[in-house]
Design a protein. Sequence first.
Length: 84
Amino acid sequence: MAKRGSALAKPLNVSSELAAVVGKGPLPRTQVVKKLWEYIKKNGLQDSVNRRNIKADDKLKAVFGGKSIVNMFEMTKLVSKHLS
């Protein structure tokens, strides 16, 4: 868990596109990532062969800049654009 006062624990505003996936903010970055993975697993969006890849549905395409497949490392970079 993030230490109190760290940048990871600071609540951030969530864009409307990201809020459609993780819920309304403000949310700490750690909760955004947790809820994002819950959504991915619930909807079976993780590639069964290469588990590092996420297959985006319509909601995630809006977050991922229109990309239909994103690897998990690129995902964090794309999601950070939706936090302020």
